[in-house]
Write a new protein. Structure first.
Length: 270
């Protein structure tokens, strides 16, 4: 997946010049096939060559640093992205892969799924983050999260497995909490959104080990995504995919069906 993201971003940078690929190669003194191989994710250029290409494309400093880092690791599998003290406002790699996924399946143990959260539900969660010191930081992150929900507009399938305890946690106070549960009910009737509640009464199950997201694509290998307080991990090996598929199979076996899930949410909010 590093190679895929690398190739896609380089193609976008080259295309932003408004020049043909042949013209770009000529300016750099490259054989056109050399540029073609790079845009296909095959490498074949030195770090200095690549820096010259980015200079020609006039990429921003942020994009330059990101692409140079990807250049050095583009052939490695899996990806641990460590952010230090705080997750960035925009999880760039996650967002780009969500945009091209055909199916996203996720498991949520403690909170309502982020893509289904109302702004008033998000705000108190953001305010609790230790590195958030100013009101404008809250609003900036809130805007990014709300904007991200455009991925729900259709074109892909979503399945959200949610533990009952996440639904009962009164984030933001009773009024906000009730509005959030009503919002879940409204969203759950969309044909491409499947909401399945795992009831507390079943006790222990494989999902208690932690939350995760699985993304499937039309022509690419599936990815499992995990998130921590200051980093995220993308896993793409077959053994990991098989493991998390087995967890989803177990969740499917214990979760209420969609209609039963709606009835439970209605009972809780009532």
């Amino acid at each position: 997946m590093r190679g895929r993201e690398f190739a896609a971003l380089v193609r976008a940078a080259v295309d932003s010049t408004g020049m043909s690929h042949r013209a770009v190669a000529e300016v750099l003194g490259w054989d056109p096939q050399k540029l073609s191989d790079l845009l296909a994710g095959k490498g074949g250029v030195t770090e200095v060559d690549f820096a010259r290409l980015l200079g020609l494309c006039r990429v921003t400093e942020e994009d330059f640093d990101h692409l140079m880092a990807l250049f050095k690791v583009s052939r490695e599998k899996g990806w641990w992205q460590f952010y230090g003290a705080d997750l960035p406002m925009q999880l760039r790699t996650l967002f780009e892969h969500e945009d091209v996924a055909k199916e996203i399946v996720s498991w949520h143990l403690s909170l309502v799924p982020g893509l289904l959260q109302l702004p008033d539900y998000m705000r108190p969660l953001i305010e609790q983050w230790p590195t958030i010191k100013k009101p404008e930081q809250v609003e900036q992150r809130l805007k990014v999260r709300v904007d991200r929900q455009r991925v729900l507009e259709g074109g892909r399938s979503f399945t959200f497995y949610v533990h009952e305890q996440a639904l009962r946690l009164p984030v933001g106070g009773e009024s906000v909490w009730r509005d959030q549960l009503h919002h879940l009910l409204r969203m759950s009737v969309r044909p491409y959104i499947h909401l399945r509640v795992v009831p507390t009464a079943i006790g222990a199950h494989p999902g208690t080990m932690g939350e995760f997201k699985m993304m499937k694509f039309h022509k690419l290998e599936p990815i499992v995504y995990l998130e921590t307080n200051n980093s995220c991990i993308f896993l793409e090996d077959k053994a990991t995919f098989a493991l998390y598929t087995s967890i989803l199979t177990a969740l499917d076996g214990v979760a209420l069906d969609e209609e039963q899930s709606r009835r439970l949410i209605t009972d809780i909010v009532s």
